[in-house]
Design a protein around this ligand. Structure first.
Ligand SMILES: Nc1ncnc2c1ncn2[C@@H]1O[C@H](COP(=O)(O)OP(=O)(O)OP(=O)(O)O)[C@@H](O)[C@H]1O
Length: 313
């Protein structure tokens, strides 16, 4: 069995009457990229902040590297990197000075720190920008600076809280690739996001949260294997014909047909030639339709089957 890095047992965090985290448990093994996936407001950031002892909590217990985490445990903190959701850098310092400042909280030796800063600049592709002030950076570069500040001290365990929100695709890919490399270099990663594609692409294991609770856990493949949904077919059909929908509902393996804007969405629970059978129905009924797409189950389907609502925004 893997060595445990983070253990959260039945965590409860209330804001007044409101329960933001509701008996949530989590186990992060050494070497994992653990994805914490959930819609906005599901309690991901609150959970991370409780783990990091940035927030007090009402019930439950949390250990990191087998030890109780408290605000004063600098010995644990120096082994952890945090890349917060909101960019937290100092405008008056250059890129390089910012990284040096945050790294200096944990690495006191000057020459070791210089090497750490140099590595973090190279790692995040910011070497050419090292003399610039944050205000001059694009959104994507600023996010990369946020990451460089969080990881320069070469932590064993790194928390990324939605690091790709509002970044351009190029920076997003660079960020995901960087996280993969950090993991290959030995860091354990906890990655929170509401982007299911990202989590699926990056994470070795996924925990899904909703309303402060853990609702599912597993690899992307194991989560999807338990689904009734095997295929989703989407057909652009601005003029809806009830007779056509009725006929589609009769097709073998079709278990759910629903209108979404100008599309109809058809869910199938098996079968190999669902699209062919459905297109035959459309032809038979002389239906007017446009673009047709078919997709295999996604984490959105997992979320939908468990909670009855879409994870997708
Ligand atoms: N300081 C606070 N006071 C009151 N309610 C709060 C506070 N911070 C968070 N909440 C509420 O707790 C719930 C969980 O918030 P949290 O930020 O942990 O969710 P999240 O899953 O990280 O969402 P997001 O993806 O938007 O960051 C939300 O309903 C939020 O409004």
């Amino acid at each position: 069995m893997r060595e445990t890095c983070v253990q959260v047992n039945s965590l409860v965090k209330r804001y007044g009457e409101f329960v933001a985290v509701d008996h949530f448990s989590l186990n992060v093994g050494k070497g994992e990229i653990l994805g914490l996936l959930g819609p906005n407001g599901s309690g991901k950031t609150t959970t991370i902040n409780c783990i990091l002892a940035l927030l007090s909590y009402d019930r439950g217990s949390i250990t990191i590297f087998g030890e109780n985490m408290t605000p004063e445990r600098y010995d644990i903190k120096r082994r952890i990197g945090v890349v917060p959701q909101n960019v937290a850098v100092m405008d008056s310092l250059t890129v390089e000075e910012n990284i040096d400042f945050f790294c200096g909280l944990y690495v006191k030796n000057r020459s070791s720190r210089r090497a750490c800063v140099r590595d973090a600049l190279a790692f995040t592709g910011l070497t050419d920008y090292r003399k610039q002030k944050p205000k001059k950076l694009s959104g994507g570069l600023l996010r990369r600076l946020n990451i460089a500040c969080g990881i320069a001290h070469k932590p064993e365990l790194i928390f990324f809280d939605e690091p790709t929100v509002a970044v351009d695709p190029q920076s997003r890919n660079a960020i995901l690739e960087g996280i993969r490399k950090m993991n290959q270099n030995g860091s354990t990663i906890v990655y929170t996001s509401h982007y299911m594609e990202e989590v699926e692409e990056l994470c070795t294991r996924i925990v899904i949260m909703d309303h402060g609770k853990g609702v599912a856990e597993g690899t992307a493949a194991s989560l999807k294997a338990g689904l009734r949904n095997r295929e989703t077919i989407r057909i652009h059909m601005p003029v809806r014909q009830e007779e056509v929908l009725r006929a589609i509902r009769e097709v073998n393996h079709v278990y759910h047909v629903q209108a979404e804007d100008e599309d109809i969405v058809i869910r199938c629970d098996g079968g190999e030639h669902n699209l062919v059978h459905i297109l035959n129905v459309l032809e038979e009924k002389k239906a007017v339709f446009g673009r047709v797409t078919t997709e295999l189950p996604t984490l959105n389907d997992v979320f939908l089957e468990i909670t009855g609502k879409e994870l997708r925004e």
